[in-house]
Design a binder for this molecule. Sequence first.
Ligand SMILES: [Zn+2]
Length: 298
Amino acid sequence: MGLGRADWCKKEVDLIDNRGTIVAKAYVEFAKEWQSIDGRASLGEEYVGVVVCEVIERGTSLITRTLQKWPIKKTLYEGVSLYNQERQYNENVQVHAGSHNRRGSRQYCSQRHPRLPLQTKQKEKLLNKLGIEQTLKSSCCKRQCLSQFTHDLVKILRYEMHHSDMKSKDSIRLAVHRNSYYLLGTKKQVCVLEGKVVCMSAWRMIYGVSKTDFYRYRAYAESGRRPQNHGGLGRKKTSSSIAQATQTMSMILTTRADSMPHRTRTKCSGVLKGKKVVEKILPVGTKWRTILEEVNKV
Ligand SMILES: [Zn+2]
């Protein structure tokens, strides 16, 4: 990891000579380049001030408990020179800073695939090649109406039916019953699809509409229903419990609340839009428990 210059102070170090032999044990006293040992010259970046603890190699000028100026390349901390410690430390800091800057800009990964649109199993089966081939192989009636259709045409028709909005789906399912007719002199009901005369079962098979759905829509067509969107769209759902709660609340309000004429507000939605409504406030001391007791009595 390396050790920064700021952390050199008080660290125990080994001092080595030119041959690489440890000559003394010491600790770092001064590590800043501007600091000075003899009061004249500053240490500079290449040296540290160390206090010698133990002289190992005899014959050097080192004396125990004296302050020495020693080159950082020859001062080992945990076996690594302070010079290398600092270099390593700075490298790590740079890598760290680099990764910090990259945060938020994740590398683009070409391995990722866009998520396929969600499809129900039934839809999937209807639109895949095998499903269509299976339909085209099967027989609708003696006339073999399905033989007039190609794989691609069936796929297009199915796609139109199953990937359109509710109103279009409704329209296609209703239209077949309004446009059907009996073949001259027979009881065979047919309709025209893409300019081809097809029997009803062929129509169902091509669009992948179930028998139940087909007859349901026949009843709708007979009753004169117009193509429409999904029944629940845009409608406010009111469950019985909500209706009950609304009733209870309005009862409490009408029987208990005082009219406060000084507090009015303009409604911004609903039936009373744009009109000023008097805000009703429950009297001071109203307790939910007493209300509940009353409600339960009813
Ligand atoms: Zn047929």
